[in-house]
Design a protein around this ligand. Structure first.
Ligand SMILES: [Zn+2]
Length: 133
């Protein structure tokens, strides 16, 4: 009676699985701490978790007709409190909505304390920007 000894195949973690975040340029091997989110045909092209989260939490630019009709800039109390001016891609000033960002809570606190001039809560914010009734 003979026993066949099965050799255990040792799976070395490949050292060439590095990916580069297309936003911050950070190169690393994805693991359970640093996640990587491929967003193209090449699975090595995408965003790291930090950039993914910061992009998701960034104020969202608002399209022009919506700003005038719903956000109502420079109209005192009817102006949406969540409307801010931010920097666009070319660093130009653009209207942005802070709903869904950390700033939203700050604005809500200021609204509650009445320490903000704009009092509007004019739409649902991103991604739909559906006007509030
Ligand atoms: Zn990154």
């Amino acid at each position: 009676m003979s026993t066949t000894k099965t050799s255990t195949t040792e799976q070395d973690t490949p050292q060439d699985e590095k990916v580069t975040c297309r936003k911050c340029g950070h190169t690393y091997t994805p693991n359970f701490i640093f996640d990587f989110y491929p967003d193209g045909k090449d699975p090595k092209v995408g965003l790291c978790e930090r950039c993914m989260v910061s992009e998701a939490l960034a104020p969202k630019p608002i399209g022009s007709p919506h700003v005038e009709k719903v956000c109502k800039p420079f109209q005192g109390a009817t102006t949406c409190a969540f409307l801010v001016m931010g920097a666009g891609q070319g660093n130009e000033a653009v209207y942005q909505c802070v709903k869904g960002t950390n700033t939203e809570q700050l604005i809500r606190q200021r609204l509650a304390k009445n320490t903000i001039r704009a009092h509007g809560d004019n739409c649902l914010g991103p991604p739909t920007f559906a006007p509030n009734p």
